[in-house]
Design a protein around this ligand. Structure first.
Ligand code: GTQ
Length: 349
């Protein structure tokens, strides 16, 4: 027996397999090498979606269905190797959501955790747990598991954001619950900006305790994150594999902002080329500023602002920035670290 080869099938063995098959038994040695692989093996493929194309399709969808009728007017970014499964990676979902002026995407809640990353338009809102936040370019917004949430747009321009959810992970565990609220929008019980002030100023209310595994901050404004990167840039302390890469945190425990998904913001200075890096967390990237290209395995993808691309697990990846570049990314690293599965390879760096 070996981890990479199957034993030969003899007529006697085959007859035995067929006999036990009727009682729902199956021999491990026939499947071992495909279920316990020496390295990650996945149908997930690298791919890039151009924002300009996505926006044109979304606006067309806007003429076909309202946000209310659709519940959420979203075009799923479906991995070419995983068609028909609503997945961008084996464990994660991605979509682009359009909310047009005057529209409401009705209140609901579900076990799945969601993140929003704002790509187009400014000033539409989302409400989470009785508080509204206005969303601007580059803001990273979370919807914790089972939190009521509705979206609305009282501005004059359409708004588009990237939705990242752990839908495949929750399906894997068969743990999905969802329900609609009995009104379009949930009642507002907190002032806009309250949670950012309360939890996002390097302080916490003195006796703060929570049962939530998600961050009590639900909008991490780009203005603040970008300003931090801008200041740190002066130090020119570049990581060979990542440039300057920060992770968004839950101020309550120092962990990731959400229990299953990890999120990052990184800056690559003009003309920077990262060293090859690979990790077990297949990752979704979106460009906030700058142009350049990423080589994933043996394929190179040219990108500009708002384009979205995905790198599968354990595939070598290198980025090259033509101009100063800022990239947002998310993966299932938060879940993998909790389960003791996360592994990374920095080459010799
Ligand atoms: O905004 O609540 O892309 O429930 C998929 C499912 C967005 C949302 C998605 C959702 C939402």
């Amino acid at each position: 027996m070996s981890l990479t080869e199957k034993p030969a099938i003899t007529p006697e063995r085959l007859a035995f397999y067929e006999k036990i098959d009727k009682e729902a038994f199956t021999p491990l040695w026939e499947v071992m090498s495909s279920i316990i692989t020496p390295e990650p093996k996945s149908d997930c493929q690298p791919h890039l979606w151009r924002f300009a194309n996505a926006k044109a399709h979304l606006l067309e969808a806007g003429g076909l269905i309202s946000a209310k009728a659709a519940e959420r007017r979203v075009l799923i970014l479906e991995n070419p190797g995983l068609r028909g499964t609503s997945k961008i990676t084996t464990s994660l979902y991605a979509g682009l959501q359009l909310v047009m002026p005057g529209e409401v995407a009705p209140a609901h809640r579900h076990s799945q955790t969601a993140l929003r990353f704002v790509l187009d338009g400014s000033g539409a809102h989302t409400a989470v747990n009785g508080e509204r936040t206005e969303m601007r370019y580059g803001d990273f917004v979370i919807t914790p598991p089972n939190a009521w949430h509705d979206h609305g747009n009282e501005t004059r321009e359409s708004m588009i954001w990237l939705d990242g959810l752990d839908i495949p992970l929750v399906s894997f565990f068969d743990a999905s619950f969802a329900e609609g609220f009995d009104a379009e929008a949930q009642p507002l019980t907190r002032e806009t900006g309250d949670s950012l002030a309360r939890y996002g100023a390097n302080m916490l209310p003195v006796d703060f305790e929570t049962k939530s595994a998600a961050s009590p901050i639900f909008n991490y404004p780009y203005e603040r994150s970008r300003a931090a990167l801008e200041k740190m840039k002066e130090q020119a302390d570049w990581d060979p594999c990542h440039g300057l890469k920060m992770r968004y945190v839950n101020p309550n425990d120092g962990g990731y902002a959400m229990p299953t998904m990890a999120t990052f913001l990184q800056l690559l200075p003009k003309a920077f080329q990262t060293a090859a890096y690979r990790a077990t967390d297949a990752t979704v990237f979106t460009v906030v500023e700058g142009t350049g290209r990423s080589t994933i395995g043996d394929k190179t993808y040219e990108w500009g602002p708002k384009d979205i691309f995905v790198a599968p697990s354990w595939r070598w990846i290198r980025h090259e920035a033509d101009e100063e570049t800022v990239i947002f990314s998310y993966s299932d690293r938060a879940a993998q670290e909790k389960l003791g599965l996360f592994r990374q390879d920095r080459g010799n760096n």
